[in-house]
Design a protein around this ligand. Structure first.
Ligand code: HSE
Length: 345
């Protein structure tokens, strides 16, 4: 006897906006996991549109696995050169046609005015589309506007990929309902932790370590966002929102790690200490600072692109270690958000 066809498959139509490292990893991950998602969750994820900075490609019936993999090979900002590509197409025009269930925002963060990601997200919400974002700046600069529209529309905005890229830290933090959270501190930026670890490991200058960090593809499109502590500050602001605190970027005290010399590193080794770039938020302040830690501090032993956070609570300290930024790591968090909207819609 043949198995009866599975009639319960739910189609989730998505549009990916921003097709850099994370966007391409997400397209590949959707292909690799397609069968598992259908078998385990009865979800079929159809990518109906992909946008980059110059244009878009659209397929009303959803791109095939082969097409998605081909699209990941197209050079940056050249997606409109794929068959039937559109240059300068507007989100609204395309969404009116394909009506996606989920808008996936993966454009680079812009901390000057939050664009284009903020307008993209607001447009998607106004068109009754749920949102998954790994882009931090709209949440940092326009959180209230985004979430009041989300509430008004009865939609969902999920952002697990914004903090500790490949580790479900946001979900863990939100699950701590009975704890009083006194302080959250940790290593929230992969690029700068990689730079510091490489300086210790190879005894090279800051500039040489920065060149190595740029090559591994975790740095922001503009690496000064990592180096000046803006990326870690943005993550603190998002964590702050989850703790009910409203902090603006200019209120987060920040060190610039480019001031660090190889001599500082050598001196700290002589003193049996380790310099780390620590982001901290407590009741009264938020900061991203170079701190000299005892070697026995668990944060002193977190190296490379790994992130780690200590949550100081009224019931003792909780410590989370996991993958920070990175294309495939963040793509997993983004896909988990898509699945969670998909299964609950
Ligand atoms: N540039 C960021 C980092 C990427 O280095 O941590 C992830 O947010």
């Amino acid at each position: 006897m043949f198995d009866a066809p599975n009639t319960k498959i739910k189609n989730i139509d998505i549009a990916i906006v921003g097709f850099g490292n994370v966007g391409r990893s997400l397209a590949k991950l959707i292909v690799y996991k397609r069968q598992v998602l259908e078998d385990k969750f009865n979800l079929r994820i159809n990518v109906k549109a992909i946008f980059d900075s110059k244009g878009a490609v659209v397929k009303e019936e959803g791109f095939s696995n082969y097409e998605l993999l081909k699209l990941t090979e197209i050079p940056r900002s050249k997606i409109s050169e794929f068959e039937n590509g559109l240059r300068g197409a507007s989100l609204k025009e395309i969404y009116d046609k394909i009506k996606p269930n989920i808008h996936v925002e993966l454009t680079p963060s812009n901390y000057i005015d939050g664009e284009p990601s903020t307008s993209n997200i607001l447009t998607a919400l106004n068109l009754d589309c749920n949102v998954v974002t790994a882009t931090k700046s709209p949440l940092v600069l326009h959180y209230d506007e985004i979430f009041s529209l989300t509430k008004k529309k009865g939609l969902k905005v999920k952002f697990r990929g914004t903090v500790m890229g490949g580790t479900p830290f946001i979900d863990l933090l939100m699950s701590l309902k009975s704890y009083e959270i006194i302080k959250v501190e940790g290593i929230l930026n992969a690029t700068t932790n990689f730079i510091l670890s490489t300086m210790y490991e190879k005894l090279i200058s800051y500039e040489q370590a920065l060149a190595e960090a740029k090559a591994i593809g975790v740095a922001e499109a503009d690496p000064s966002i990592d180096i000046k502590g803006i990326d870690a500050a943005a993550k603190l602001i998002i964590i702050g929102r989850l703790l009910g605190k409203r902090i603006s970027l200019d209120k987060v005290e920040r060190d610039d790690i480019s001031k660090l010399t190889l001599n500082d590193i050598i001196n700290s080794i002589k003193e049996n200490r380790v310099i780390k770039y620590i982001a901290t938020i407590d009741e009264s302040s938020a900061s991203v600072k170079l701190r000299s830690l005892e070697k026995s501090d668990p944060l002193a032993n977190i190296n490379g692109t790994t992130n780690a956070v200590r949550i100081v609570t009224d019931s003792g300290d909780l410590f989370f270690v996991g993958k920070g930024g990175g294309g495939m790591e963040t793509a997993h968090s983004v896909l988990d958000d898509i699945i969670s909207i998909g299964v609950s819609s």
